[in-house]
Design a protein around this ligand. Structure first.
Ligand SMILES: Nc1ncnc2c1ncn2[C@@H]1O[C@H](COP(=O)(O)OP(=O)(O)O)[C@@H](O)[C@H]1O
Ligand code: SF4
Ligand SMILES: [Mg+2]
Length: 326
């Protein structure tokens, strides 16, 4: 069984000028222990997907339809108390800025032990031992002393290590990490991503890793979902999506990765911009930018369909027998 299943998720923002549909029919699953990357340009819907899963959509944003299931149980229709308990115990969250997860007024040890005591049946002394071990495992030197320090006494990278420890404190089965290294110094980003990968793999925790960086996806993930304009453009094993992309948008993203071996003057960028939510074109949302667009792309919206070893929402992969609708 999937650990997490997202089925036909629609997230909307009702407003005075009508309702904006920010996520439109998103479906994917995450297996136990798997690392799923979620990638796409800014505004593609990555953070909203994560927020919907952890129950932190900001009103008036709401799940308008679809389902989110954790170990087979629906979690999209729980009240805020129920969702808070799931967030602590069964889903850990890591955000771009470590300070959003840490309380500046409490030592990191207090925050870790409170989380452990709230969710696991251990004594206060055991909780402290576990907290020290977690800090050690996340690479905090002199953890037994550092546990009594406050968040501001840690560097940015060390702070994000503390956040990873905190997210893992209640031994969740799933970690949702939204751009966990984007705010950090470039020189330490790879270390933190490697830590996140290794520590989650060793504990059997699955990860939904949201990033705009295909390089991070390539090095870290088992599978990847490529989002475009609030929809899944392509999803599949990371090796296949990267080496043999089936959706023209994925190909465009891949071409935009800087290739250190080649001395390029500037990065290849995909021409044009992602459409605004109130101006998503009919048919395929990617059609204004797509170099391979043809008649049907202007008319019919493509659903995910088998495309080589991945699945892509692109009419190039429609079975030959399918009639083109007029
Ligand atoms: N509070 C909000 N009100 C209206 N639209 C929003 C709100 N939050 C996000 N959106 C829209 O939803 C889309 C997806 O946002 P987001 O998930 O944050 O993208 P990203 O992939 O960069 O994380 C964006 O087009 C954004 O404008
Ligand atoms: S459906 Fe058409 S426009 Fe959309 S990505 Fe495929 S070829 Fe391009
Ligand atoms: Mg985001």
């Amino acid at each position: 069984m999937s650990l997490l299943e997202v089925k036909n998720l629609v997230v909307e923002f009702p407003g005075r000028r009508g309702t904006l549909r920010a996520l439109d029919d998103i479906s994917f699953s995450i297996a136990p222990g798997e690392i799923l990357g979620v990638v796409g340009e800014s505004g593609a819907g990555k953070s909203l997907t994560g927020a919907a899963i952890i129950g932190l959509l900001e009103p008036p944003g709401r799940v308008a339809s679809g389902q989110i299931l954790l170990e087979g149980q629906r979690i999209d229709n729980l009240n805020s108390d129920q969702m808070r308990s799931i967030r602590g115990r069964r889903i850990g969250a890591i955000f771009q800025d470590p300070l959003t997860s840490l309380n500046p007024l409490y030592t990191v040890g207090r925050q870790l032990t409170e989380t452990i005591l709230a969710h696991l049946p251990v004594s206060a002394a055991e909780a402290r031992q576990r907290a020290i071990a977690l800090l050690q495992d996340t690479g905090i030197p002199a953890a037994a002393e550092r546990i009594d320090h406050y968040p501001h006494q840690f560097s940015g990278g060390m702070r994000q290590r503390v956040v990873i420890a905190l997210a893992l404190a209640a031994e969740p089965k799933l970690i949702v990490a939204d751009e966990p290294t984007t705010a950090l110094d470039v020189s330490i980003q790879a270390q933190i991503i490697t830590l996140l990968k290794n520590i989650c793999k060793s504990r059997g925790a699955a990860v939904m890793l949201i990033t705009h960086d295909m390089g991070v996806i390539a090095e870290t993930c088992d599978r990847v979902a490529v989002l475009y304009a609030g929809r899944v453009a392509e999803i599949g094993p990371v090796h296949d999506v990267i080496n043999k992309p089936s959706h023209p948008y994925t190909s465009g993203l891949m071409a935009s990765i800087p290739d250190m071996a080649v001395d390029r003057e500037r990065l290849n960028q995909i021409d044009g911009a992602m459409p605004r939510l109130n101006a998503i074109p009919k048919g395929c949302a990617y059609n204004p930018r797509c170099p391979k667009t043809f008649d049907r792309c202007m008319v019919d919206r493509p659903e995910l369909m088998p495309a080589g070893s991945t699945r892509a929402a692109c009419w190039l992969h429609a079975p030959a027998t399918t009639e083109v609708s007029a």
